[in-house]
Design a protein around this ligand. Sequence first.
Ligand code: BGC
Length: 382
Amino acid sequence: MAEDRRITAPLALSVSRRVFGRTPDDESVDCYTLTNRRGMTVDILTYGARIHRLCLPDMHGEIADVALGFDDLEGYTGPDDAYFGATIGRFANRIAGGHFTLDDQAHQLSTNENGNTLHGGERGFDSRVWAAAPLDTGNAVGVELTLLSPAGEMGFPGTLAVTLRYTLDDENRLSLHYSAVCDAPTVINLTNHLYLNLAGATHGDILDHAARLNASRYTPVDDALIPTGRIAPVAGTALDFTRPRRIGQAIADRAPELAGTGGGYDFNWVLDSAGDIGRLAARVADADSGRAVELYTSEPGVQFYTSNNLNGEFVGKSGVAYPRYAGFTLEAQRFPDAPNQPGFPGGTVLRPGEKYTQNTTYKFLPELTPRSSGATHVYDAP
Ligand code: BGC
């Protein structure tokens, strides 16, 4: 494939910037490229603070872009872009009816899916142009993105000032550090909507990948994918990924648990790592390429979504249409609809004088070592 190439020259830990395009509103969009010494490169766009490209060697040193997305800005600014690689805010996933009450005051948000608010409403952080500056910490390179969300934007109260730092180090760790402050009480839940296909973004579907989620519970949803408020065990269901399992298995078996989610996975798992970023939250591996990704996060939940809603309508990179199940997401988050769910853990209300933080690391494997590690290595629990 055209996207594949081998490492031919020694690489340096570096960050560079180039102009990527102009939005329909004539805003200039930049692309920052982070490179490490293991041959991994990550492209970040100022449009939506998106991960546009993520190039990673396989166990033979063959490099492929494993992030779903588009070749140019027009793809991302289209009417419905499925949030490829995007930063999601102010509130990840759904808020029922686009409505919540905070300090006895009712708020109505922009609704953009069946009368509910999905991923921040009609125009979320995914479609804003962020300010950016390069970062170099000595052992990591990155980009710091900032966004000012005015009071009332998409119906959310309070001005919100958000900073997101992406860094890449030589251990193939892509870290996302979010922080935010406000000037009036508001709600917040930030995440990233990176779709990965570890075989390469143009290589079909992810049904043969194996997933492990360090989660013994999840939050069941109704027909509109709004949490019912219950926290239920995964044991004995198609959602039990406490041991690595092929993603496509329960999908092929038409497991009843997946009937309401478009025949695939689209749930918030309650992580047993419970906000401890030192513990593994999730791991997905592709045995054929030897590539794997591990998720570590400060967040209590992860939305594992297998792109059930893709259906070939998006023509992505290199002119390849993305079929159903073309990618998977691991969206580290606080629980969907938490402002309306008294039984859920909090952490989604932000008040003046407080600071919201969210730390998430995607660690990519293998490191560029000889084949000896191979497929056994990528399936091993750490
Ligand atoms: C949601 C899906 C939604 C998708 C949009 C995911 O985070 O859980 O229900 O369709 O985002 O691309």
